[in-house]
Design a protein around this ligand. Structure first.
Ligand code: ADP
Ligand code: ZN
Length: 217
């Protein structure tokens, strides 16, 4: 299982990714999570990434490719991986070709989760996340039991700095211009399966599961 999860911000990639890695025991490689972790820790990578991320821009390719290269070289990826949020540009897709060959784990499936723009905006602008454990909430459709407090761990709920309308417009624009065209590259090889991200996440996961159970390991 050498899988890429693709789709616009808000389509539900992160939610499906968490369920997939739990069920199928492969490492979850989320470049967004890696950058947020570095930002939280205040490392040089975090300081650099923050300038781009908070305004909705992409982190430069050399930096992003560098962290994925390091991650894919770790032992746990020798039995498969789930990439979430990478590749997002043509140079990243080209770099991945080489990195995947190096570990003898070429991409076998691209799950493309789509969702219409209006719904993406609704989801992202109302999204809140637990500062401690990262669990997602929504101000209208996924409220916590106690206002502002995570049901799972009691941590405070916050809004990601890039989850505002202005930064989201920039993110959607990068998605349309740089990321969406990559689908053609993978479609030409017959690797893409399209799923409907407007569905309930549990329903969507049952489709994902069916798809993955049919894959050779
Ligand atoms: P979303 O899919 O909701 O936009 P992510 O958590 O995947 O969120 O990414 C958050 C931000 O991290 C992106 O808007 C971008 O600034 C940066 N980022 C994540 N992955 C990449 C990547 N592959 N290339 C460049 N920047 C990235
Ligand atoms: Zn929490």
């Amino acid at each position: 299982m050498n899988i890429i999860l693709m789709g616009p911000p808000g389509a539900g990639k992160g939610t499906q990714a968490k369920k997939i890695v739990q069920e199928f025991k492969i490492p979850h490689i989320s470049t967004g999570d890696m950058f947020r972790e570095a930002m939280k820790e205040g490392t040089p990578l975090g300081t650099l990434a923050k300038k781009y991320i908070n305004e909705g821009h992409l982190v430069p390719d050399d930096v992003t490719i560098g962290i994925v290269k390091e991650r894919l070289a770790k032992k746990d990826c020798a039995h498969g991986y789930l990439l979430d949020g990478f590749p997002r540009t043509t140079p990243q897709a080209e770099a991945l070709e080489k990195l995947a060959k190096d570990i003898d784990r070429e991409v076998t499936l691209v799950i493309n989760i789509s969702c219409d723009r209006e719904e993406l905006i609704r989801r992202i602008c109302g999204r809140r996340v637990c500062k401690v454990c990262g669990a997602p909430y929504h101000i209208d459709t996924a409220k916590p039991k106690v206002d502002g407090i995570c049901d799972l761990c009691g941590g405070p709920l916050i809004q990601r700095a890039d989850d505002n309308k202005e930064a989201l417009m920039v993110r959607l624009d990068h998605y349309e211009k740089q990321t969406k065209p990559l689908l053609e590259f993978y479609k030409a090889r017959g690797l893409v399966v399209d799923l409907d991200g407007s569905k309930d996440s549990a329903v969507l996961f049952s489709e994902v599961k069916k798809l993955l159970k049919g894959l050779k390991r």
